[in-house]
Write a protein that binds this ligand. Structure first.
Ligand code: NAP
Length: 265
């Protein structure tokens, strides 16, 4: 499969190239950075993987839309706006487009688990999301922390904006029932830690993912690329890939633990 990497000279681009070579079965036909013409990728690829910056992602999407490109695109770049999402939507009428701020498959598993726990535990359980990243990270809370919060709000049938609390300083009142609290740490070279706590009056559960290396995101993006080329045109996220990969495992687990409901009747 022919792959082009947008952001090839960057940290993530380099790791994606390494992961593609390790995986095998890929020819890297385009390595694009700020010095190159983005259009060249569209003439020589079966799939494009983008880990660059919002400006470059926009340029790529605009070209894809204007040329009605059919080439699947995997977008890992973060800090994207509604304008980018609208462009992705347009692009997705011609090709499969995948976008996720976190390409780690284990973070997807965390997201699924958090959804399940939020369904099991009612609002007597206070939910707090903590994330920690390296000192260079500019946005906060991380896209992944926000994703986890949105998952929880959805599981509890609440509007995320109504229940998310990002700031406690200066607010002199008790914690609101159903609130999802966020806290953030920026220090050192931490690759990325996310922890979700469900704390009740008498018991609690904490679930935590620690990324030890950025390689997990690159390897995840390669798995996504392999999956995306088999999909129809449309806009995809990790949830869609999870439906194909992790959800069947949960189904199997449920049958193994509790047996098929057929036996009970
Ligand atoms: N989704 C995930 O799982 C995940 C994980 C980690 C990081 N990320 C995101 O991935 C992105 C890249 O991260 P990074 O750490 O690799 O950044 P980086 O080291 O700064 O690399 C950025 C890359 O983008 C290129 N670029 C910048 N402006 C461009 C332009 N106008 N046209 C074409 N290429 C351009 C740079 O080329 P030059 O060398 O020529 O400047 C470089 O190759 C960030 O948005 C980051 O937040 C996502």
């Amino acid at each position: 499969m022919k792959v082009s990497v947008l952001g090839a000279t960057g940290t993530m681009g380099g790791l994606v190239i390494k992961a593609l070579l390790q995986e095998g079965g890929f020819a890297i036909t385009g390595k694009v950075s700020s010095r190159d013409n983005i259009e060249v990728m569209f003439g020589c690829s079966d799939v494009i993987i983008d880990f660059s910056c919002p400006f470059a992602t926009e340029a790529m999407l605009r070209y894809a839309v204007s040329s009605r490109s059919h080439i699947p695109i995997v977008i890992g770049t973060t800090g994207l706006s509604k304008m980018h999402r609208d462009l992705m939507g347009e692009c997705a009428t011609y090709s499969p487009v995948f976008c996720s701020p976190n390409m780690s498959l284990l973070v997807s598993a965390l997201n699924v688990t958090v959804h399940l726990l939020a369904k099991i535990m009612d609002e007597d359980f206070d939910i707090e999301i903590f994330e920690s990243h390296h000192r260079m990270k500019k946005d906060a809370p991380s896209g992944t922390a926000l994703m986890l919060g949105r998952t929880i709000a959805k599981a509890r049938n609440r509007e995320f904006d109504d229940v998310a609390n990002f700031v406690r300083y200066g607010i002199i009142e008790q914690r609101k029932r159903g609130e999802i609290g966020f806290s953030v740490q920026r220090s050192g070279a931490v690759v990325g830690t996310h922890e979700v706590s469900f704390v009740g009056g008498h018991e609690s559960i904490k679930i935590r993912h620690e990324a030890h290396s950025k390689e997990i995101f690159a390897k995840g993006a390669v798995q996504v690329a392999k999956w995306l080329v088999r999909q129809n045109n449309g806009l995809y996220s990790m949830d869609d890939m999870v439906r194909d990969t992790i959800a069947p495992l949960i189904d199997g687990w449920s049958r193994e633990c509790f047996g098929s409901s057929d036996h009970k009747h």
